[in-house]
Design a protein around this ligand. Structure first.
Ligand code: S3P
Length: 167
């Protein structure tokens, strides 16, 4: 079975939904940010600060390569994973890619108080990021789930139907 890969903006609930899906499907979960933090012994914010975004993106790409040889996982990806075209191609090939699509209002609500752990928000507005990235998420996804106003259970239910229909 292919990996189930969640993509979308920071604050779209990939980590929370990923954990719930893992429980429902009895599959292990891999959160790319957490895996990078464990590899480096540093938080994402620290990696950005000490080594820069470019280095973080390299680690992210390494991890995507590593997924090729791994058994089926639920993958909660970092919001910028689709900025690298090679990541997108690989994920599309080895996974069923689901885009958790959220409005600016939902993202703002989910991210309030989380700014310290999202280093990209220091220099970028959420609105500008959505504008640039939306077409990339849409192009990378096998399926799109609109998450505004839905509970985690409802989102998991929709993804479950999509994943089992495709796999
Ligand atoms: C990023 C999103 C973050 C993390 C890093 C960069 C982005 O992950 O990978 O701060 O470029 O959107 P989440 O989407 O899990 O917040």
């Amino acid at each position: 079975m292919k990996h189930l890969v969640l993509i979308g903006m920071m604050g779209s609930g990939k980590t929370t939904v990923g954990r719930a899906l893992a429980e429902r499907l009895k599959l292990p979960v891999l959160d790319t940010d957490t895996a990078i933090e464990q590899m480096q012994g540093l938080s994402v914010a620290e990696i950005f600060k000490l080594s820069g975004e470019k280095q973080f993106r390299k680690l992210e790409a390494m991890l995507v390569e590593r997924l090729k040889g791994m058994p089926t996982h639920i993958v909660s990806s970092g919001g910028g994973i689709i900025l690298n075209g090679a990541n997108t191609l690989t994920l599309k090939e080895i996974g069923v890619v689901i885009y958790l699509k959220a409005s600016l209002q939902t993202l703002e609500k989910n991210l309030s108080g989380e700014e310290d752990s999202r280093p990209l928000l220091i220099n970028h507005s959420l609105e500008a990021l959505i504008k640039v990235r939306s077409p990339l998420y849409e192009g990378a996804a096998h399926g799109i789930i609109e998450i505004d106003g839905k509970t985690v259970e409802e989102i998991v239910h929709e993804i479950f139907a999509l994943y089992t229909g495709i796999c």
